[in-house]
Write a protein that binds this ligand. Structure first.
Ligand SMILES: [Zn+2]
Ligand SMILES: [Zn+2]
Length: 269
């Protein structure tokens, strides 16, 4: 048996003799299959061919990505606090050095994702770190490809992971799309981790919102207002989406508001 990863999205499937028949994540209109067709990677070979890159983004925030990278080149972030540690988003491969670095910071008490495009090897991460619970909004249950019994589907608009770290369901990109609020991030000014729910664009003073990024399918005004409404009472000055460098360093709360207004103007008559 091998553990296969989808080469296009990086999602890991349950161990099997043959590669899976389909990747429902890539067959969905928000993703895509390459013109050359579906391709599968063996996890063990990926662990050999990839290396992990570590970046201390700010005190308490360790980002880890893979080089040369797999799939949509997700990155993961370990938020380590006196109250415990949260792994936000997952990457497809866990190297021994990653385990050592994270254990030296106190391990992982909770794992969560912005949405199913960042699930990659969630089951592998949980198993490696003492079966840490994986928090996923119940609206995205159908998209989870490998649940070994440690996924905790949550419902409603907010879920506290620990003191100072709270999930907020915003919807939009996926119905279960959520952001993570880190009260003490950005030197106490607050930070928001947004994945594809709110994406940082090339002009780092602005953000955007889409149903599909690769296929350029926008969201309607009502969904934009819903996303902004769900984060409006949060205090945050910094905003990270889930790629290295994709960060609004300051004034992020105002950036979300003005970007939503610009977006709604752009898609309205
Ligand atoms: Zn896929
Ligand atoms: Zn996505």
């Amino acid at each position: 048996m091998k553990t296969y990863l989808c080469a296009t999205c990086g999602v890991q499937y349950p161990p099997s003799v043959q590669p899976p028949a389909h990747c429902p994540i890539c067959e969905d209109e928000r993703q895509y299959l390459p013109v050359t067709g579906q391709r599968w990677l063996d996890y063990a070979e990926c662990a050999q061919s990839q290396r992990s890159v570590y970046l201390e983004e700010e005190p308490g925030l360790l980002a880890i990505s893979l080089e040369p990278g797999i799939g949509i080149r997700q990155r993961t972030a370990l938020i380590h606090t006196p109250n415990g540690n949260v792994l936000w988003e997952c990457i497809p491969v866990i190297h021994d050095e990653t385990v050592q670095r994270i254990n030296a910071l106190g391990g992982i008490q909770a794992i969560s994702l912005s949405h199913p495009h960042f699930q990659s090897a969630i089951a592998e991460w949980s198993a490696t770190f003492n079966n840490a619970p994986i928090y996923i909004h119940e609206s995205d249950r159908q998209w989870i490809q490998r649940d070994t019994g440690h996924v905790r589907y949550w419902s409603g608009e907010r879920q506290s992971l620990m003191d100072g770290l709270t999930l907020v369901n915003c919807g939009g990109h996926f119905d279960g799309s959520s952001v993570l609020h880190w009260r003490d991030g950005a030197a106490g000014a607050g930070a928001l981790f947004t994945g594809d729910t709110i994406t940082v664009v090339e002009d780092r003073r602005w953000v955007s919102f889409m149903r599909s990024y690769p296929n350029l399918i926008p969201l309607p005004p009502g969904k934009i207002r819903q996303i902004v409404g769900r984060v409006s009472d949060l205090t945050f000055d910094r905003l990270y989406s889930s790629w290295t460098g994709a960060v609004v360093r300051s004034d992020a709360h105002a950036a979300v508001t003005r970007s939503a207004e610009r977006y709604i103007r752009a898609i309205s008559d």
